[in-house]
Design a protein around this ligand. Structure first.
Ligand SMILES: C[S@@+](CC[C@H](N)C(=O)[O-])C[C@H]1O[C@@H](n2cnc3c(N)ncnc32)[C@H](O)[C@@H]1O
Length: 226
């Protein structure tokens, strides 16, 4: 992560993120983490089940989850990949990751690893190979989302599957502005398009949902590399 280091009076060297608007935006998830699970978990549960199912997980699959947040997807990923498999969640927000860590410890998911980091640096992160990627409510939020998608796609093994689930508003309603300001999302992004272009078998669908609840329509895309 770009930034300067500062020595605190007690404790080890701590990384201070560079002060940029994008970093401030990403850190806004720290306070949001306090209410994230009660606010969001019920709303997208069935979509998480569908996304995990569409990844066609096998025992031993290795799943990358950029912007994993509090780890709400893990309960559908961890048991499906089994002890030989691996789920790696990356997130920029310490607050969100703390909740994810708590969840992983409580559920005793030994195959889940969490990494604090900026997904913009996915190309240079020291990560194992992956055969599955899940972007769930993430590409509408990440800065430089297209470049992050490409970096993750580069890391996906041939034959690996990628799933994108996100909100997109072709016509804004009041709830679109609420979602954009609370979740720091940009609901104008057509997040499924890069996958549609790259995966020969990609399938895109609009899922039933109300823009007055989600801030836009729900879009789902799945595709295989190579
Ligand atoms: C709307 S939340 C989605 C969380 C999770 N995928 C879910 O489905 O509940 C978006 C997440 O992206 C994370 N995020 C934002 N910018 C990031 C970045 N540059 N690198 C990694 N994570 C980032 C936020 O901290 C937040 O946890």
């Amino acid at each position: 992560m770009t930034g300067c280091t500062k020595r605190w009076k007690s404790g080890p060297l701590r990384q201070i993120p560079e002060f940029t608007w994008k970093n401030v935006q990403m850190n806004s998830y720290d306070p949001f983490s306090l209410i994230y699970d009660p606010a969001i978990s019920w709303l997208y549960r069935k979509h998480r089940v569908y996304a995990a199912h569409s990844l066609r997980l096998d025992l031993g699959s290795h799943v990358l989850v950029p912007g994993c947040g509090t780890g709400l997807d893990f309960e559908f990923l961890s048991p499906a990949v089994g002890p030989e498999g691996r789920v790696v969640g990356i997130d920029f927000s310490r607050g969100m990751l703390k909740r994810a860590e708590h969840r992983v410890r409580r559920k005793k998911w030994r195959n889940v690893q969490l990494k604090e980091g900026d997904a913009r640096e996915l190309d240079s992160m020291d990560l194992p190979p992956f055969d599955r990627i899940l972007f769930f409510l993430t590409l509408s939020v990440l800065p430089d989302w297209h470049s992050i998608f490409m970096k993750a796609w580069e890391r996906l093994e041939d034959g690996g599957r990628c799933v994108i689930f996100d909100v997109h508003a072709s016509r804004r309603v009041p709830q679109s502005w609420v979602v954009e300001s609370v979740a720091r999302a940009d609901v104008s992004r057509r997040t499924w398009e890069p996958l549609l272009e790259l995966a020969p078998d990609a399938q895109h669908e609009q899922i039933a949902g109300s823009p007055h609840i989600h801030g836009g329509d729900l879009h789902f895309c799945v595709g295989t590399k190579g």
